[in-house]
Design a protein around this ligand. Structure first.
Ligand code: HEC
Length: 109
């Protein structure tokens, strides 16, 4: 009986750890950055949001910033280095906003 209790406890502990760990690693962060959330909405969403337009391989997801964080170097390259995105171009002010955020570690909020 004691052995059973111990193994049940062990099982519960391992299950709990697995749940906590998978939540931590898989839950995407909400994108609430006051400057950059509207920035992406204004300049990218019209073509890159789901179903809007089949624009290359990058999909903007308005519910969280996972697709931004995962492709940040690619986005930096298109927006800041090559200045190919958005196709209409950006003013220096809008480019500076992006650069400042990128240099600060592109925070989600
Ligand atoms: C007017 C529509 C339009 C807007 C607005 C736009 N894009 Fe794009 N984007 C495209 C198209 C079309 C492609 C694919 C063709 C190409 O690579 O030129 C593309 C490609 C890309 C790619 C490369 C994907 C690949 O397959 O290599 C990235 C990254 C990207 N866009 C990021 C952005 C970001 C960030 C913004 C906002 C600052 C933005 N785009 C705004 C139309 C748009």
């Amino acid at each position: 009986m004691k052995k059973l209790k111990i193994s049940l406890l062990l099982f519960a502990g391992v299950s709990l750890m697995t749940i906590v760990y998978s939540c931590k690693s898989n839950s995407p962060t909400a994108f609430t950055n006051a400057t950059m959330k509207p920035w992406f909405e204004n300049y990218c969403a019209s073509c890159h949001a789901n179903g809007a337009y089949n624009a290359g391989s990058w999909l903007y997801d308005p519910t969280n910033d996972q697709s931004i964080q995962e492709h940040i170097e690619h986005i930096y390259n298109e927006v800041y280095t090559k200045k190919t995105m958005p196709p209409s171009g950006l003013s220096q002010t809008e480019l500076d906003k992006f650069k400042k955020w990128y240099d600060a570690g592109h925070p989600s909020n």
